[in-house]
Design a protein around this ligand. Structure first.
Ligand SMILES: Nc1ncnc2c1ncn2[C@@H]1O[C@H](COP(=O)(O)OP(=O)(O)OP(=O)(O)O)[C@@H](O)[C@H]1O
Length: 201
């Protein structure tokens, strides 16, 4: 379970993006929707500790200290990898490479010796998704992760992530503007707009 309590974020001294947000995500797939600019990605980065918490707390149940319990996969894979590392090293940093998993992610063997700039955006995103699963996360946050993949690849990737989270009882937060996708894969939806508006009242 992921528990978020009383989290706020200011983008400047006089602009509060959101205030006192609290959420509980059980072992379920939760969709997070809301207008562009409302703060969904910022919340994702706070949860993944990419930006430091100002207030409140974020707790993951059953996490051990060996790996980062919270993995954020986001919409810009080229910003999520070291451009000077070959794909094999990028994957090895997360854990042991499982060739069956790579196959399921649609990763070809010859990509392993390439640098990130030698893959397309969609190919690199598959690498980021494989890296996330290799690290055996206790929470997954997926922020617009399949927008750069074709329809068939999207189905494969979501199937893989859903199998992982259901088998391992891992909460997954899915951020997307694609309502059809959210309705198809999520157990429950959270409208971030409503939460932000409620706290501002
Ligand atoms: N460090 C920062 N300094 C100034 N403004 C920031 C900073 N980080 C985020 N913002 C602003 O905060 C707002 C929320 O950004 P965020 O990316 O979280 O929105 P979002 O809901 O994910 O939007 P989208 O759906 O378009 O991806 C935006 O207006 C953005 O410009």
């Amino acid at each position: 379970m992921l528990t978020i309590k009383g989290v706020s974020y200011h983008v400047s001294s006089n602009r509060c993006l959101f205030d006192n947000v609290s959420l509980k995500i059980d072992n379920e797939i939760v969709g997070l929707s809301g207008n562009s600019g409302i703060g969904k990605t910022t919340l994702a980065k706070l949860i993944a500790r990419i930006i430091p918490l100002e207030t409140g707390s974020i707790h993951v149940e059953k996490s051990d200290a060996k790996s980062n319990p919270i993995q954020l996969i986001w919409q810009h894979p080229e910003q999520a990898v070291n451009p000077k590392w070959r794909i094999k090293r990028i994957l090895l940093e997360a854990g042991e490479i499982d060739s069956d998993l790579l196959k399921k992610c649609g990763i070809k063997k010859d990509w392993l010796t390439r640098f990130p700039h030698q893959l397309s955006g969609g190919e690199l995103q598959r690498v980021c998704i494989a890296r996330c699963l290799i690290s055996k996360p206790r929470v997954i946050i997926a922020d617009e992760i399949t927008t750069m993949l074709d329809g068939l690849s999207q189905v494969d990737i979501w199937e893989l992530l859903i199998i992982y989270v259901k088998q391992n009882k891992v909460p997954m937060l899915v951020i997307s503007h694609d309502e059809a996708l959210l309705n198809r894969i999520c157990d429950r939806m959270i409208n971030f707009q409503k939460i932000v508006d409620l706290e501002k009242k």
